[in-house]
Design a protein around this ligand. Structure first.
Ligand code: FAD
Length: 431
């Protein structure tokens, strides 16, 4: 059987996959076996869902109930966001929080406490989670509600507290499948920050940064902001996608190809500000339109480096980091900048009030040395690294800016979770 991989296809590890149909089967499996990690749809980039033994949750995917009056959906953890959209968008409902891909499970969304383009206004996924059921190492099922210690540890806890079985999540009302989008083209980082500030009351925003730009152009971007239209068009249908059928040769992606892509993308957009109506898929999930797009990085795979800096230090820190990347020449096709609101109470959720940048890099010689250098800058500016994207951060770097890490470790010990649930990542950063 084919080994399960992460989205970054790095590292590769031999693994055994366990599929369960009901709680009893899962409980027996837990009691009879030693160590595993849960796996949703493998859209995390690094090694947080990898181990030799994997509990595959995607087939545990029934819809259980929908409370139409309050918009509360109850479903099993293997249900995918894409499946929710297909059923609920035509009825005028959408997820309050959604990531840059709809190809994730509800279990994965809770375990990473994912965020979207509206964190500065609506926070992380856990804000819309009313409650969930969690199977602990001894097979006992605990119902977890907001403010319970198991809730705070599991949302953002990267599958290390148990197996999320089912959850109640609140949806939001929409009257269209379309977004009224405004695109703003900026010439440098200061203009980019000014634009984010100017549009900060618009619910959704995201900027694509040209990370190969140099000197006075460092930080130039296309900032996309928007909100749902009120045109009453709820005709949402699944589209046919393009597919990348095989891994590209590793030389295909180099400094020149990234430069050409960035130049084309940036120069295609009109100067100043432009407006457009686009649908949910185009606005929220542009990359999902190409199946297996991770193959363009070749068989050695890639990683995403995502960090966040406190707001008052973001400008200076980002300028330093973009400068380092520009000097290194290891350009990234995707460099996505987002604005974040207040931090929540969860022990390991990533967001703090500030700006975060996410960059994709092909695995190549010298990359990890560059990322070690960037880690130092992130720490110097009191930032942190996002675990669901990470594959290489060192324990010492990781734990410095997650101040609730000790509470998380204590809770793992108390419930003996540290003996049962582990990933390559949890062993690397010792959580
Ligand atoms: C194109 C793209 C865009 C993305 N954009 C964003 C973004 O905007 N914001 C963001 O926050 N993330 C983003 N991500 C990351 C992605 O949303 C998260 O990694 C998410 O957790 C993946 O969900 P999954 O179902 O694929 O889980 P997996 O990748 O399989 O697992 C992720 C983590 O969840 C745990 N887990 C999975 N299921 C369960 C369960 N039932 N019980 C307990 N633990 C479980 C795993 O152990 C692992 O630690 C993006 C990823 C891609 C590929």
């Amino acid at each position: 059987m084919k080994n399960l991989e992460s989205w970054g296809k790095y590292p590769k590890i031999k693994n055994k996959k366990f599929i369960f149909r009901d709680n009893e089967e899962l409980k027996n499996f837990l009691l009879e076996n030693k160590e595993f990690i849960s796996y949703g749809n493998g859209r995390s980039y690094g090694d947080s869902a990898l181990n030799e033994n994997i509990i595959y949750c995607k087939n545990y995917n029934y819809f259980l109930d929908f409370d139409e009056k309050n918009g509360i959906l109850h479903c099993q953890s293997g249900v995918m966001v894409s499946e929710i959209l297909e059923i609920f968008v035509p009825k005028g409902w959408f997820l309050k929080i959604t990531a840059g891909t709809k190809l994730i499970t509800i279990g994965g969304a809770i375990a990473s406490d994912i965020h979207g383009k509206n964190h500065h206004i609506e926070g992380c996924f856990s804000e819309c989670v009313e409650e969930f059921n969690l199977m602990l190492p001894n097979g006992i099922i605990k119902n977890c509600k907001k403010d319970d210690e198991l809730f705070l540890a599991t949302c953002g806890g990267m599958g290390l507290t148990g197996i999320i079985l089912d959850a109640k999540i609140s949806l939001k009302k929409i009257s269209s499948k379309n977004i009224e989008q405004t695109t703003i083209k900026t010439k440098n980082l200061q203009e980019t920050f000014d634009a984010f500030e100017k549009y900060k009351d618009i619910p959704y925003s995201v900027a694509w940064i040209d990370c190969l730009a140099t000197e006075e152009n460092i930080g130039k971007c296309l900032l996309m902001v928007g909100d749902f239209s009120d045109d009453r068009d709820l005709n949402y249908q699944k589209k046919k996608n393009l597919n990348i059928p095989f891994n590209f040769p590793t030389f295909a992606l180099n400094r020149l190809s990234v430069k050409i892509f960035n130049w084309l993308y940036y120069s295609k957009a009109p100067n100043g500000t432009s407006k457009q109506k686009v649908d949910i898929d185009t606005f929220f999930y542009p990359l999902d339109s190409i199946n297996n797009w991770n193959r363009i990085y070749g068989k050695n795979g890639f990683t995403q480096y995502q960090f966040i800096l406190p707001k008052e230090k973001s400008y200076e820190g980002l300028k330093k980091i973009l400068n380092e990347i520009s000097i290194s020449g290891m350009g990234s096709f995707l460099a996505v900048l987002k604005l974040y609101g207040e931090e929540n109470q969860n022990y390991l959720s990533f967001p703090i009030k500030g700006y975060s940048l996410a960059l994709d890099f092909k695995i190549q010689d010298g990359l990890f040395e560059l990322l070690d250098k960037l880690d130092e800058i992130v720490l110097q500016y009191d930032g942190r690294i996002y675990l669901t994207k990470d594959v290489r951060v060192k324990k010492k770097i990781f734990e410095q800016n997650y101040p609730k890490i000790d509470r998380f470790r204590e809770l793992r010990k108390k419930y003996k979770m540290d003996k049962k649930f582990n990933s390559l990542q949890s062993k690397r950063v010792k959580i």
